[in-house]
Design a protein around this ligand. Structure first.
Ligand code: C5P
Length: 234
């Protein structure tokens, strides 16, 4: 059964915690990304865990292998349940990330899942600033196949390519899909979007949703409506 992850894209920890408290019990996962982590730091991770959430630290690490190894080690020490790197960092960076993950996990503890971002869901054909670049969905699939070879647990991709990723990499290889838009919502800055029902039908394991929930008049009602959409046929 696919799980919903709410992106807590807030400017400070207090606003994120208010939102998290209002969604407690309705949703299993929250995501802490660049804006919130830069503002509120590691303490917030412990507070969200204390509220009972699983935490996805979405900092999309992309640096030399040694630096990424240290960053993933620190993330694992924080106790997050999922963390991500960029697939474009290649094999040595990916292997360093997995080594850092093992080093940062307590003996006998459960390591965080390490996913690779393939192509941002905000990118459409022509957005990649590279002459003659392939279509983003083709590139996402190629990067997913490599990420699997490098030993990562799964990828971040669009719901448009998750079925192809699953068929190339196997059902156990995780597909996490942002760029989810319920039928009633606009695209915002996202481009490769699908509905919750379509993402689930395509085999997505985790659906990441931010603004359609956090910007709703009742975020909890928005969560419940999305969960209902996730359970209905595409
Ligand atoms: O508000 P919205 O639903 O568009 O939020 C999507 C979230 O997922 C954002 O926090 C964004 O940073 C993140 N994300 C994404 N595309 C990726 C990886 C992460 O949109 N490929």
């Amino acid at each position: 059964m696919a799980e919903l992850v709410v992106a807590l894209d807030f400017k400070d920890g207090a606003s994120a915690l208010d939102m998290a408290r209002s969604l407690r019990g309705a949703v299993p996962w929250v995501k802490v990304g660049l804006e919130l982590f830069t503002a509120a730091g590691p303490t917030l991770i412990g507070e969200l865990k204390g509220l009972g959430f699983k935490v996805f630290l979405d900092l999309k690490f992309f640096d030399i292998p040694n630096t990424v190894q240290g960053a993933v080690r620190s993330a694992a020490r924080l106790g997050v349940d999922m963390v991500n790197i960029h697939a474009l960092g290649g094999e040595r960076m990916a292997c360093a990330a997995m080594a850092g993950c093992a080093e940062g996990t307590e003996p006998g503890g459960v390591p965080p899942l390490v996913l690779a971002v393939t192509m941002l869901t905000s990118m459409a054909a022509g957005d990649l600033p590279v002459e003659g670049a392939p279509d983003p969905s083709e590139m996402a699939l190629d990067l997913a196949v490599k990420a699997k070879q490098y030993g990562l647990n799964g990828v971040v991709c669009s719901g448009l390519e998750v079925a192809a990723v699953k068929s190339a990499c196997g059902p156990e290889f995780i597909g996490l899909t942002p760029g989810i838009r319920p039928t009633s919502s606009g695209e915002d800055d996202q481009r490769r979007v699908v509905t919750p029902a379509a993402a689930v039908a395509s085999g997505s394991d985790y659906l990441v949703v931010g603004r359609p929930i956090t910007g709703a008049a009742s975020p909890k009602a928005a969560v419940l409506a999305i969960i209902e959409e996730m359970q209905s046929p595409a």
